[in-house]
Design a protein around this ligand. Structure first.
Ligand SMILES: [Mn+2]
Length: 414
């Protein structure tokens, strides 16, 4: 299609329809082949939109709990907000909650600057909450495996009303509505498609809509590495959002600085990294729960080194309030043939209940390994050091088995 015919269609709103292969005007016969080729994914979208509409209609007046992963990212936050706005039209009241922390300064800025209505629920105090006020639970940008609150939802017997996610399929929940698309780069793309399909009519004169569109743009950008890994559907979604979002507000969200503690963790990762077969592996020792997000940030940084295609950074994160300790790690890769999900599952295997310690999506992955009985007593610095050394050595061994299958020995440099 030449650019002038694109322009003429822009005004009729047909452009998106054609690009999505949903309908064709009579005079665009030449596009039929392409539209046919594209019709399968779009019939899927139409079906999902219809099914979501039905689900919302059926639950008119309900109260729903929208669960985010413990450390929600912009993709999760913006999509949960979009869901809330969509559901509002059906008099469904949604509470958006997460159990962990907003640990990335950009996420804190996003929530503050847009007034994004997500709340932190401490897992301890949530136990005393009456969850029976909720008729349903909605999981967005996750499938429950990264939410501590999921256990309480299960115990309270709240049905899973919907799951919308783009991570690879995890444990078999039976939601009333689901839209799982592991090959889609961002959940924000899925939600933007819902908006385009008419589930909520965005209006640039409504400040909340502008802010939500800005949040979605941020979510979409951050899950596609600033659109570098975006596919056609993501660009189309960004194109639609561009009519509503506030570029200045997005800029303000992105103009945040790293805290000193994050800088320190990055420094430790640089000092401790060992590079083998283009993998950069770094243990950063202990860090506070609130600084957990320094780990993916350090991995983002290490993967920029020349000759490195994959970086893995991990540390022991401890939460003093809850006497909780867990090994948390992040993987970042530029290598197209490396599947982070497979790599992490293969490297660390499963726990005694058959659950994997982590997983991933296109270029990123993460893992969490509970420390269990060895938690605490870190005031004894000798014990703390020994404990770290053991976890550090074991994680390295497991990773190096894949990085360098012939060589199971630990590198001596540290
Ligand atoms: Mn996501």
């Amino acid at each position: 299609m030449n650019s002038s015919s694109l322009k003429s269609l822009e005004h009729t709103g047909e452009l998106n329809l054609i690009a999505n292969g949903i309908s064709l005007s009579e005079r665009e016969n030449s596009q039929i082949d392409r539209a046919e080729a594209n019709s399968t994914p779009n019939r899927f979208l139409e079906q999902r939109v219809e099914a979501l509409r039905e689900m919302l209609e059926k639950h008119r007046g309900d109260r729903q709990l929208v669960l985010l992963q413990d450390f929600p990212d912009p993709d999760a936050l913006s999509c949960a907000w979009t869901y809330q706005l969509i559901a509002q039209q059906y008099n469904i009241v949604c509470d958006l909650v997460y159990a962990g922390a907003l640990s990335h300064q950009e996420n804190i800025a996003l929530v503050k600057l847009t007034g994004l209505p997500a709340k932190r629920w401490n897992p301890q105090t949530t136990k005393e909450k009456d969850l029976q006020v909720y008729q349903g639970c909605v999981l967005i940008d996750n499938q429950g495996t990264t939410c501590q609150l999921m256990d309480l939802v299960r115990q309270a017997g709240i049905p899973i009303t919907a799951i919308v996610d783009h991570h690879s399929l995890q444990e078999g929940l039976q939601p009333e509505f689901s839209d799982l698309r592991p090959s889609t780069r961002a959940t924000a793309t899925i939600f933007t498609q819902y908006l385009q399909a008419g589930l909520l009519k965005l209006d640039s004169s409504i400040s909340e809509h502008v802010k939500c569109a800005t949040a979605l743009m941020h979510g979409l950008r951050s899950d596609t590495n600033r659109l570098m890994q975006a596919q056609e559907e993501d660009f189309l979604a960004a194109g639609y959002l561009s009519k509503f979002y506030d570029a200045q507000l997005l800029n303000a969200v992105l103009q945040t600085y790293r805290s000193k503690r994050v800088m320190d963790v990055i420094q430790r990762s640089l000092t401790n990294r060992s590079v083998k077969n283009n993998f950069s592996i770094a243990g950063v020792g202990y860090l506070r729960y609130e600084d957990r997000d320094a780990i993916p940030q350090a991995a983002d940084f290490l993967v920029t080194e020349e000759n490195v295609h994959t970086a893995v950074v991990y540390g022991i994160v401890h939460d003093e309030d809850e006497e909780l300790e867990v090994v948390i790690g992040s993987l970042r890769t530029n290598k197209l043939t490396l599947d982070p999900d497979e790599f992490i599952k293969e490297a660390f295997g499963q726990d005694s209940q058959g659950r994997f310690f982590g997983g991933g999506r296109l270029t990123a992955g993460g893992f969490e390994i509970p420390i269990g009985f060895l938690c605490g007593f870190n005031e004894n610095s000798d014990f703390a050091k020994r404990k770290w050394d053991v976890f550090d050595a074991q994680i390295k061994q497991k990773l190096l088995r894949l990085v360098n299958p012939k060589d199971n020995l630990l590198p001596s440099e540290r």
